[in-house]
Design a protein around this ligand. Structure first.
Ligand code: DC
Length: 233
């Protein structure tokens, strides 16, 4: 008789541009789990709010964003080429557009709106109800799945993170400077940690992974050791 391995929830929280998504995606592929990038969901709401004029010149009209919520349908579809799911807003592919600097600059403000968080947290809990998910974000181990069997809190030097983001954006042709990226990383850290609702913080039972100078392979073996220990319990 073959014993089926129990499925768990893996919560990965931490600062922006820490490589959480790359890490979470590799784990999901290795374990055959579903990977959910919750930051992409906050970005999708921000993109829609920008397109619908609820954000103008960087000023967020919170009431207008809340009024848009019932009109936003967020879905994921697996893209075998990327080995991960692409995000769609009302049926339109939004994967590339949600990563623009314009969205990055406004997403902290949008993600601090109570009604936005309530809607997205409920969706995330629904997506993970059968376990077998790797979810990355800011509040997964503290709010979305406080009962996650494995919680990881990722961190890395702000400069290292800004360099990674800069490379990512310039490689796809965005005209950005290192200074503005570093500024964006630092101001998002501040905003994420100081917002009133679900601020970014390490869950008491989360394990810290500082990946400033670790390769993806090194992070993977760090992870597998901890995962196997939990599964064996
Ligand atoms: O992971 P990311 O940088 O793509 O996330 C974009 C923004 O969304 C980030 O500034 C914080 C917010 N966010 C959040 O508040 N809660 C989450 N679970 C995920 C992201």
């Amino acid at each position: 008789m073959t014993l089926k391995k129990k499925k768990i929830v893996i919560a990965i929280d931490g600062f922006s541009s820490c490589g959480k998504s790359t890490f979470a995606k590799s784990i999901a592929a290795r374990l055959g789990y579903i990977f959910i990038d919750t930051g992409a969901m906050y970005r999708a709401v921000t993109l829609y709010a920008l397109e619908q004029g609820a954000i103008r010149s960087g000023i967020i009209d919170e009431d207008a964003v809340v009024a848009l919520l019932p009109k936003i349908e967020i879905t994921f579809r697996f893209n075998p080429r990327r080995g991960a799911s692409d995000i769609y807003v009302n049926g339109d592919l939004a994967e590339g557009r949600i990563r623009s600097i314009e969205v990055s600059n406004c997403v902290s403000g949008v993600s601090s709106i109570k009604e936005v968080r309530e809607k997205l947290v409920a969706m995330q809990q629904q997506m993970g109800r059968d376990r077998g998910v790797v979810m990355d974000g800011r509040d997964i181990g503290t709010v979305v799945f406080p009962d996650a069997e494995l919680k990881i809190f990722m961190q890395a030097d702000a400069k290292v993170r800004a360099e990674r983001r800069y490379k990512e954006l310039t490689e796809k042709g965005d005209k950005v400077t290192m200074e503005e990226i570093l500024e964006n990383v630092i101001s998002r850290d501040k905003a994420d940690m100081s917002r009133a609702i679900s601020p970014l913080r390490k869950a008491e039972d989360a394990i810290v992974l500082d990946n400033s100078y670790l390769t993806v392979e090194e992070q993977m073996s760090w992870f597998m050791e901890r995962y196997e220990a939990i599964i064996a319990q």
